[in-house]
Design a protein around this ligand. Sequence first.
Ligand SMILES: *[C@@H]1O[C@H](CO)[C@@H](O)[C@H](O)[C@H]1NC(C)=O
Length: 126
Amino acid sequence: MLNSWVLPLLLFTTVTPLLYVQKNEIRSVDTLDGLWTFVREPHNGGDVGIVNGWKGKDLAKFENSTVMPVPSSYNDLGTSSELRDHIGWVWYQKKEFIPLRDSNMRHVLRFGSVNYFAVVVSEPTD
Ligand SMILES: *[C@@H]1O[C@H](CO)[C@@H](O)[C@H](O)[C@H]1NC(C)=O
């Protein structure tokens, strides 16, 4: 099963604090750190990504997509002042395989930090 993680920075309705992840005889831990597909909406872009349903799209196909290391702060990377001073939504997307043996397990995503607001979408894809 292939899951796409889409991380537009938006609104979180509830936040449940979790203990730090530990690997033990019952739990396994995988990291989603690495290079994620990244698309920036225009400065104060009026929710163009939400309006146009980007959560269901392959962001890597966008002309202006790039990759962004996670964890990192996109504002601190690159040389563009538009990126450094960006105000508005940014979208991160990652495709991850979930092994068949883990498909019936409960999956918990833990984010070490997120800037202000976030929406996480997990969608099975082909
Ligand atoms: C990136 O591409 C998308 C899709 O074409 C577009 O809607 C968006 O405005 C672009 N982002 C910027 C910062 O121009």
